[in-house]
Write a protein that binds this ligand. Structure first.
Ligand SMILES: Cc1cc2nc3c(=O)[nH]c(=O)nc-3n(C[C@H](O)[C@H](O)[C@H](O)COP(=O)(O)O)c2cc1C
Length: 379
């Protein structure tokens, strides 16, 4: 892993190791991928202020997230099918995050179940919830997350309908992969991946299979999931979830100032400025372009977290400068997982941590709490 010096190196290695259908599932965005590209392009446009001759010895990236100590302002975002990038991917990523002292968030659409992960790691993790039509199932999921002592519930609010990702359709992206000749040939050339997935605890959606009657069959399961995203979901459902979840609530997928104002009044502990990594509303603005307006409007009432396009410590610095309290990483750690399992996720976190540290030094910043708009040269 030592020769992996940046997230792009991990991405290249993941591309060689992970079957194309799953790599492109992680990589892609919705429709034209305009919003996916904007997330990165707008971050890169933000230039940092180079400061000199400031004593920057003994810098500190440590902070708190939702009041809990974190070694740096970063958490691992919920990623569906994480365990298809590498067998037992959710457990490995959670272990890497916990060893690094940062939060990990498990997706509803994970391969390893809540109980699998809880049984394999030492500390609590966050659980991400999709509200589905089957409210009895949602209630059970929330109870399972509470029983597993999850330390926060991340309610995703930007997916009442699934954004179309062309590449997934073209690749026959299903779980397990559609048995097309092209997929079989591709998997045959990725033996390390195949072995890790074969050895993994599960091959399908661990939180759902076996918890709904008749869902043992993977095709029936996929159809069930497809019909479960609930287009009626609204702010009343947020109230309902807040009422049945005993712990801290995070609302993920806020991209609008008016929505942020409503979110701040729900009693949620945090919101995540997010457009689902450019995978939902194509044509929506980049997250970084909306962050300062949202942080100005509600930053004093609710913790403002940020995701979308984070590929380096410089990006974390940029988001903090524009008002984020901490960031979530999606693809950056997923590339690490595909590239080398737990060691790859550890490397991804290390890379971002080191880059953030050097960026702090060269901008004359000793403490992450000092990072603000004064540290930006130009937007
Ligand atoms: C492959 C993939 C799967 C995802 N699955 C979920 C999910 O199950 N639930 C969720 O709330 N967000 C999901 N997201 C969105 C991420 O949590 C996060 O918002 C996004 O990846 C951030 O952008 P980045 O990948 O550029 O860091 C997914 C993103 C990717 C790339």
């Amino acid at each position: 892993m030592k020769t992996m010096t940046c997230i792009e190196d991990l991405r290249q290695r993941a591309r060689r190791r992970v079957p194309r259908a799953f790599f492109e599932y992680a990589e892609g965005g919705s429709y034209t991928e305009e919003t996916l590209r904007a997330n990165r392009a707008d971050l890169e446009r933000i230039k940092l202020r180079q400061r000199i001759l400031v004593d920057v010895d003994s810098r500190k990236a440590a902070t708190t997230i939702l009041g809990e100590a974190a070694s740096m302002p970063l958490a691992l975002a919920p990623i569906g099918l994480c365990g298809m990038q590498h067998g037992d991917g959710e457990i490995l990523a959670c272990r890497a995050a916990q060893a690094a002292g940062i939060p990990f968030c498990l997706s509803t659409m994970s391969i390893c179940s809540i109980e699998d992960v809880a049984g394999a790691v030492d500390k609590p993790f966050w659980f991400q919830l999709y509200v589905m039509r089957d409210r009895g199932f949602v209630r059970d999921l929330v109870a399972r997350a509470a029983a597993a002592r999850c330390s926060a519930l991340v309610l995703t609010v930007d997916l009442q309908i699934l954004g179309q990702r062309h590449r997934d359709i073209k690749n026959g992206m299903t779980v397990p992969p559609e048995l097309r000749l092209s997929n079989l040939i591709d998997i045959a050339t990725k033996p390390a991946w195949a072995l890790s997935v074969l050895r993994g605890k599960r091959k399908t959606f661990g939180n759902i299979a076996g918890h709904i009657k008749g869902m043992e069959n993977v095709n029936v399961l996929s159809q069930w999931i497809g019909g479960q995203f609930d287009q009626t979901m609204n702010w009343k459902d947020v109230e309902w979830i807040a009422g049945i979840w005993p712990g801290k609530l995070i609302l993920k997928g806020i991209l609008d100032v008016e929505d942020a104002r409503i979110a701040a009044k729900t009693g949620a502990a945090a919101l995540v400025v997010s457009n689902h990594g450019g995978r939902q509303l194509d044509g929506a603005p980049s997250t970084i372009s909306m962050l300062p307006k949202i942080a100005d409007a509600v930053g004093s009432e609710i913790e403002v977290l940020f995701d979308g396009g984070i590929r380096s410590g410089q990006d974390v610095f940029r988001a903090l400068a524009l008002g984020a309290h901490a960031c979530l990483s999606g693809r950056a750690y997923i590339y690490g997982l595909g590239a080398g399992g737990q060691a790859g996720v550890t490397r991804a976190i290390e890379i971002i941590r080191n880059e953030l540290d050097v960026t702090m030094a060269l901008t004359g910043t000793k403490n992450v709490g000092e990072i603000d708009r004064q540290t930006i040269a130009a937007i």
